[in-house]
Design a protein around this ligand. Structure first.
Ligand code: ADP
Length: 480
């Protein structure tokens, strides 16, 4: 196919190589989603130890002699269907632990993270401006979250090279703070240290730097984009988003529909023939030793305050009394893990629990359960509610961000119009969540209506196709 444009995607995570959250799913899915539109995307990632080993022998397409304490080389290659630029700078990335710290999650940061991700951004901006050694030069640089926030700034201050820039906000709660004293070290111009430019509450934020210097800002759902102008969601950056409202838009994430398909599960099923789902349910109940007469709900999530997990101990007892059951797969905050253990202990035969991260089990849960609970306090886009739609595992979600954009609640009007796909509630609190669970139980008892909503949910297009078209339109509007 003829190439219509080239995009350099700059990120810290990318499925299937490195992942701590939904950001990685998006970065990994975009190249294949854009290809049918004739857009060629290469993903630039830090050379973490695991990636560096796989990039051995790749062609060097950029050399940077002075990269915060050592040299860096950009290696170009193709892995698992994705064209990659790996920034090989062992002094910054070849370490034990996760991408951000000695622990594998997104907490306990390395002290030099500002420099580590400034280095990624610095080299990305160079490749954007001058092109890589193999002649590949992007029309657009697409930067993801705070890790790549300095890249549009370096490009802006060092010469644009005819490249358009997009900054995507996956989760604004991570802002890439650095002290004002690091301005010179981070190679940022002093004359830009004022509130409308780089200064951020007396310090620096790489995310803000990206937001004030890029051409377009996207958030990962339309509702999240409009939420971000409010203080509760913008978390300090609401003024920046408001000032740049004319270039802000929301583009929903999609789902990898090959990986997430009820037709590829151990006992396959489809909207046309749901028999397999009943068998998956029975197998799941056996696996977790539960027996549930009413709706079997699941939670597959990081166990954090954002996800509203602390509400479960307060709403689940009544749900169980009404016949429901719950299986939780997740890990995270130790207090919340303890609460989940207590729930499982208090309701044997009705509550199943697995603390940990397990993709295979996640598939079995979606294939077998009746409903997926996502009671987030905020949710930029969310993926599990979309898996739920695709699997006829009805989403019960708080009406925030991407959850509000993807689920149509089963109120009487939506039911009679035949458009309901799940249940939403607002605000994210115990009374509203309890009512939603009562609605779930009632809907489940009405078998013909339940089947209709399942069919409607499974008919939703949660693929990347529509979203990729929106990114292409965005790129076309800013290409150099
Ligand atoms: P976030 O990025 O905030 O964690 P998302 O819903 O956007 O939330 O993406 C989370 C991704 O991680 C989904 O693909 C979800 O299925 C997956 N996930 C979260 N926790 C687990 C777990 N314990 N086991 C398997 N997959 C998980």
């Amino acid at each position: 196919m003829q190439i219509k444009g080239r995009v350099l995607s700059v990120a810290s995570e990318c499925v299937p190589f490195i992942k701590t959250g939904g950001l990685a799913d998006v970065v990994g899915a975009l190249p294949a989603a854009l290809a049918p539109f004739g857009w060629d995307m290469r993903v630039m990632l830090p050379g973490y130890r695991s990636l560096r080993q796989r990039a051995a022998g790749w062609a060097e397409v950029w050399y940077e002699g002075d990269l915060w304490g050592g040299e860096g080389r950009v290696l170009s290659g193709h892995l698992d269907g994705i064209d990659l630029f790996i920034l090989d700078a062992p002094h910054l990335y070849d370490r034990d632990g996760g991408p951000y710290g000695a622990h594998s999650g997104s907490w306990g940061d390395w002290w030099d993270n500002p420099q580590r991700f400034a280095a990624l951004s610095w080299v990305a901006a160079k490749i954007a401006r001058f092109g890589a050694g193999d002649g590949w030069k992007p029309d657009v640089m697409h930067c993801h979250d705070w890790h790549a926030g300095f890249a549009p700034a370096y490009l802006q201050y060092g010469g644009r090279g005819g490249v358009g820039t997009v900054m995507t906000i996956h989760n604004i709660s991570f802002q890439g703070w650095a002290g004002a004293g690091q301005l010179d070290d981070l190679r940022l111009p002093r004359d830009q240290f004022y509130p409308d430019a780089l200064e951020y509450y007396g310090n620096l934020s790489s995310l803000k730097a990206g937001l004030v210097t890029c051409d377009r800002i996207t958030a990962v759902s339309p509702s999240y984009a409009s939420d971000l102008v409010r203080q509760e969601a913008g978390l300090g950056l609401e003024g920046v988003i408001r000032a740049r409202a004319s270039v802000v838009s929301g583009i929903l994430n999609g789902v990898d529909t090959q990986l997430w398909s009820p037709q590829t599960e151990p006992v396959p099923y489809s909207a046309a023939d749901m028999t397999g789902k009943a068998i998956n349910r029975a197998n799941l109940c056996a696996e977790f030793n539960v027996d549930v007469p009413g709706p079997l709900a699941i939670v597959v999530s990081r166990l954090t305050d954002q996800k509203g997990i602390d509400l479960l101990p307060q709403v689940i007892p009544e749900f169980i009394a009404n016949g429901g059951g719950l299986i939780v797969l997740g890990s995270g905050d130790s207090v919340l893990e303890r609460q989940m253990h207590d729930l499982a202990w208090n309701f044997p035969g009705r509550v199943g629990l697995r603390i940990g991260y397990d993709e295979g089990m996640s598939h079995r849960l979606f294939a077998g359960a009746d409903a997926v609970l996502v009671p987030s306090r905020f949710e930029p886009c969310g993926l599990t509610q979309m898996y739920g739609l695709r699997y006829g595992t009805l989403p019960v979600v708080s009406a925030v961000g991407g959850l509000a954009d993807t689920v149509i609640t089963a109120n009487p009007a939506a039911l009679s119009a035949g458009v309901a796909t799940g249940i939403t509630f607002h605000p994210t609190d115990v009374p509203a969540f309890s009512i939603a669970l009562r609605q779930l139980t009632a809907l489940y008892a009405d078998k013909p209506m339940w089947a209709k909503v399942q069919q409607r949910a499974m008919a939703q297009d949660v693929s990347w196709t529509a979203s990729a078209a929106k990114y292409v339109a965005l790129y076309e509007g800013i290409r150099g």
